[in-house]
Design a protein around this ligand. Structure first.
Ligand code: AMP
Length: 245
């Protein structure tokens, strides 16, 4: 990242939602971005799994729902996110991964942030053709001993790897997860487009190429948000800000 964009980011906290289908690279991109911006990545899936492993009341409740591949009720995840956003490390910004998944969650998030006198300033959607998502997910293999993830075509494992094919990555399951994701984005994309903070980023390419596109989009969105804050009455954000499709 350039020096000027780094300093722009230190002045303007990045508060973003990252949208991307299973196998879109969202997890990798979110982690890289969070560490380069020095802000936390908040994944409701990770938090729910941690609650489940710790055996908390919430974790026990979420366990069966997650195992069935269904959505945990909105009020539970909203409470979880509310608690996490109260932690001091989120004051310098955050990346939300896996939340919101529904419009009521998106609305609740806006209210939670309003209560803290801040706003989301970016919603990034990593876009990939469905065939590529299918290929990426179904050829993914995990080395059980190291946890390292390989791809039989793009990142072949060494002979020594002890590979498993996660249930999540089997064709029928992937198809279902992609369908569920399409339903979710069909609602969330217009929601964030209406707020002028949505950007679609082409997810085809190396992780580095995609990462650079994401950083450019964030720089533009965050500086547009900052200038709209300074001149909201002139409608600067709508003209200079994010596009939709
Ligand atoms: P993920 O790791 O984001 O794929 O999430 C794993 C599971 O946790 C999902 O299949 C849901 O059961 C649950 N989950 C995670 N985030 C949410 C959310 N925002 N709303 C409802 N359920 C969620």
């Amino acid at each position: 990242m350039s020096t000027s964009s780094t300093s722009a980011q230190s002045q303007h906290a990045v508060r973003m939602v990252l949208l991307g289908a299973p196998a879109s690279g969202k997890g990798t991109q979110g982690a890289t971005l969070a560490s380069s911006l020095g802000i936390p990545k908040i994944s409701t899936g990770d938090m729910l799994r941690a609650a489940r492993d710790a055996g908390t009341e919430l974790g026990q409740l979420a366990d069966g729902i997650m195992a069935a591949g269904k959505l945990v009720p909105d009020d539970l995840v909203i409470r979880l996110v509310d608690g996490r956003l109260s932690e001091p490390d989120t004051q310098s910004g955050f990346i939300l991964d896996g939340f919101p998944r529904t419009v009521p969650q998106a609305e609740a998030l806006d209210r939670l942030l309003e209560g803290r006198s801040v706003k989301l300033n970016a919603a990034l959607h990593i876009d990939l053709p469905r065939e590529l998502l299918m290929e990426r997910a179904t050829l993914r293999r995990t080395d059980v001993r190291t946890g390292q993830i390989y791809h039989l075509k793009y990142n072949p494992p060494p002979d020594s790897a002890e590979l498993v094919h996660r249930d999540d990555d089997r064709e029928e399951t992937v198809r279902k997860r992609l369908d569920a994701y399409d339903t979710m984005t069909a609602a969330l994309v217009p929601y964030y487009k209406g707020k002028k903070i949505l950007r679609h980023v082409d997810g085809v390419g190396t992780p580095r190429e995609v990462g650079e596109r994401i950083r450019r989009a964030i720089d533009e969105l965050v500086s547009a948000g900052a200038s709209s804050g300074a001149s909201a009455s002139r409608g600067a954000a709508a003209r200079g800000g994010a596009d939709g499709d």
